[in-house]
Design a protein around this ligand. Structure first.
Ligand SMILES: Nc1ncnc2c1ncn2[C@@H]1O[C@H](COP(=O)(O)OP(=O)(O)OP(=O)(O)O)[C@@H](O)[C@H]1O
Ligand SMILES: [Mg+2]
Length: 257
């Protein structure tokens, strides 16, 4: 049975999609059958694999409209062991209907992912920068969640709300939901303030913070333009190695369960 991991944060631009895409690709490179679900109308996951959300292929929106089963939206990628489900919402009207359908049945993704779980070791869900309907449905479907944190004071201030939301969802929709880990992203170790916040984060969040730290590095900024995961551009780049290390950390901690 695959493990479903949602990538969540209400803050925009903290590296959720970068993490979903590069962690997913790294898990696949380490021989884990992996699916990445683009559960965000911004469609970053599809774009990162060269699928334009305006193209006419079948995607998550067609599933939510009841036109196709979730299975029909699976797309293979250039990597062995890695499939994606792109989000293909094209207009703001479609986005509204997308949200309406999800809020009318918050368990629709959970119940349909359930049928796909035996095909994969990991299913990673990329969420939008809100703690609203889509993130709620993603956390209802997930076994665990990762919170990327960009090390600035504002990020730390918003962390409390993510934890509160997860607790609310655990109490109302998903009693077994767990924290997979807080992930420090876009870290620039040369900056003195960063070090201070880093120490403080570790003190406050303890062993829930991944040992792996994702540095700020151009190899990761290139992903959406190159339209492929960083390990496909250069497996030895600092960014590629950081996400491979994160994938190893996650595989190891799940083996120990
Ligand atoms: N470690 C990194 N080093 C350098 N650039 C990065 C890194 N991680 C992400 N980026 C860049 O930062 C920007 C925001 O990243 P990303 O899209 O992953 O964030 P997000 O949390 O998914 O944003 P949104 O909330 O809008 O969905 C992107 O341009 C991405 O290429
Ligand atoms: Mg994103």
């Amino acid at each position: 049975m695959g493990k479903v991991v949602a990538i969540v944060s209400q803050k925009g631009g903290v590296g959720k999609t970068t993490t979903a895409v590069n962690l997913g690709a790294s898990l696949a490179a380490l021989k884990q059958k992996t699916l990445i679900v683009g559960h965000d109308p911004q469609c970053g996951v599809g774009v990162s694999f060269g699928i334009d959300h305006k193209s006419n292929g079948v995607g998550l929106y067609n599933f939510y409209l009841g036109e196709v089963p979730l299975k029909a939206t699976l797309k293979p990628t250039q990597m062995d062991n890695l499939d994606i489900i792109p989000c293909n919402v094209k207009t703001s009207e479609e986005e509204l209907s997308f949200l309406r359908i999800i809020s009318s049945n918050i368990f629709i993704l959970k119940s349909n992912l359930y049928q796909l779980r035996n095909r994969y070791d990991y299913i990673i869900i990329d969420c939008p920068p809100t703690l609203g309907t889509i993130t709620t449905a993603s956390l209802a479907a997930a076994d665990s969640f990762i919170v990327p944190i960009q090390l600035d004071v504002f990020s730390l201030n918003t962390l409390g709300r993510v934890i509160k939301t997860a607790k609310r969802i655990k109490n109302s929709y998903n009693s077994t939901l767990k924290i997979e880990g807080f992930l420090l992203t876009m870290v620039d170790p040369q900056v003195r303030l960063t070090r201070k916040i880093l120490d403080e984060t570790r003190k406050n969040l303890g062993n829930k913070v991944f040992k792996t730290i994702i540095p700020r590095h151009p190899s990761l900024a290139e992903v959406s333009q190159a339209r492929k995961p960083a390990i496909f551009i250069d497996v030895m780049a600092i960014g590629s190695r950081a996400y491979l290390q994160l994938a190893r950390e996650i595989i190891e901690s799940n083996q120990n369960l």
